[in-house]
Structure formats: structure tokens, C-alpha cells
Ligand binder design. Sequence first.
Ligand code: WQD
Length: 337
Amino acid sequence: MNILVTGGAGFIGSHTVVALANAGFNPIIVDDFSNSEPTVLAGLKNILGYEVPCHIFDCNNYPGMLQILRDEKISGVIHFAAFKAVGESMQEPLAYYRNNLGSLLTLLDAMLAEGISNFIFSSSCTVYGEPDTSPVTEKAPVKPATSVYGQTKQMGEEILRNVAAAKPLKIVALRYFNPIGAHPSALIGELPRGVPSNLVPFVTQAAAGLRDALTIFGDDYPTSDGTCVRDYIHVMDLAEAHVAALRHSIKIVESNFFDTFNLGSGKGNTVLELVRTFEKISGHPLPYHIGARRKGDVIAVWADVQKSYDLLGWHTKRSLEEALEDAWRWQQRLGDR
Ligand code: WQD
């Protein structure tokens, strides 16, 4: 089956392309390289042993999308293409609404025009805001978004829920927790632009001497060691969950379907626990200091993953240590690029 992977040259998209091919699907990439690099295609070729077809274009292009869905005989779509920087989304809300929601609407129109119904949507645990308790289940209330980025994920899910109720679509929305790590070959991985806002790429760059000390944003939270708690999930586990979700969508017999799934490890780790684990796997101390809290940070959130296990037959197989080892190996291979 030919599967369109929008944003397929991105961090999670490229790892999902590997998981799809490993599972016997034919992934086809659409990416405008606004937040990814063409070098990813070479990495994928080295891993998979063949050139993954890639169309360079913007998902807001309706006639172009129609053409690709038709020419490539697409049977399902996994939609990653979106802007995802929380801070930037507050400076450029219009760009985020237009890109993240506009491309979603364009894609849905094109799929319906071509009679394609299997659709996997990249959502985020950010929809939960600060959950009342953790682990958080899919039944937890969606809280008012604390960023435009988070709002586009919430609005995306609501759009999909309502469109799937009215039109023949089988939609699975995947709520990612904190994706980290890289493919064990170190041929693909995370390529943050500029100073990383996410914890793990900053840690590996600091360990590689590319950054000064890590600033830990606050150690006065009501947690075991005062630092925030997150659910860190290996990007390859996350990629394999997309294959499980696609198979679930294909199996659905109803013509109108929408459901959400948490994709996490089911465990919470504090920032300091992650730093200690990184020091252990890398074999050297990580320079850090405690700074002020970061606005908008959630104190603690980690996933209840029972539903994904029961209905998708999926759970994480890789540990935090393994994810940090793979992230570190990727950073060392990057050098000072
Ligand atoms: C994790 C923890 C920080 C950097 C965001 C988005 C989410 C998803 C993943 C896109 C927090 C602390 C971080 C640093 C630090 N994005 N930290 N020093 O904020 O949980 O999630 O990225 O899909 O939607 O909300 O991830 O990696 O930024 O932060 O102390 O230099 O690390 O305070 O506690 P976050 P993160």
C-alpha cells in the first residue's frame, strides 16, 4: 500500500518512513523543507537501501495534492507537516493557523475528492495542558491551550472529529508525549534549527561542547526533585505506533471513524533524572545550572497508555537510556554541523 507521509523529511516523519517501509508499506514523502533538510533523504536511502519518493511542495497546494494522491495511488495519509515551535507560535499566530490548519483542510478536501479514507493525525499531549492527575488517559479533559501551537492541535482534533462524523473518513489522532532519540544507525535524527528549545537536543549539544551549560528551567516545582516531569518516548517506538495506528484505521469497517490515542512510555521522569541518566550513558558530567521557570511549562504530565496497548496492540519497547544513547550517537555523528 502506498502511504503519503506529509512532513516525511522531519524528525518524527522520517523515522515513521523507516517504520512503514520495515512493515512492508510504500511510504511517499511530501515536504517543503521549511523545517527539515534534504540530507534526510540520503539517510533514509542508506537505511532502507532504496530512494524513498519525495515531492517537494506545500500541503496548502490543493491541485498539487490532488495530483499526488492520484498519481501515487495513495491508500492512506500520515500527516506530520506543521509548524511546531511553541514560542514562535506566539509571535506568528497567523502563520501557524494558516499552515497548521490550512494544510489540514486542504488535505482533507483532496482525500475526500480522491475517496481516500485512512488518515493518521499528529497531535500532542499539549492538548491536556496541566492535567488534574497523571498518568493521563484519553478521557482527560482538553484544557485551554497555553500556546497557539497547542491551540492548532486542539482545533485540528475538533475539525477531524466533526469532518469524520459527516464524511467517509477513518481518522486516528495520535497524542505524542515527548519524542526523543534517533534511529540507532545515527543516519537520521533530530535537526533542530538554531538554539534548541527542547531539552534533549540541548543536552546533547551541550555535551558536545556546542552550547554552554544547560539551564534547567526551575527546580522549585512540587515534584520529587523540584524539576518538571515528562513522558519521554523513543522516536522509533513512536514511529512504530504510526504503523499500528494505520493498520487500525485500515481494519475499521465503519465509514465514519475518529479516535485519539496517547503515545508515551507510561512513565514520568524529571529533568534532573534525565540529566543524570544522560551523564551515565555518555560517561561524562553535563554542565548545567538552575534558572528561572519557563512560562507555560506544565509541572507534570505522563501518559496512561492502556488504550493504545488494548486497541493498537502497541507499547514502547525502548528505554530512556536507549533513547539517550541513540540521541548522543546521532549528536556525535553530526559533529558541529
Ligand atoms: C521538557 C522539560 C522544560 C529545555 C514541547 C511541546 C510539545 C512537543 C515537545 C512538539 C520541561 C525542561 C527544556 C531546556 C529545561 N513539541 N527544559 N531546559 O515543553 O514538555 O514539550 O516539546 O510537538 O508539544 O510543548 O518539551 O523538551 O521543551 O521541555 O529545563 O533548555 O525540559 O522546562 O520541563 P515540552 P521540552
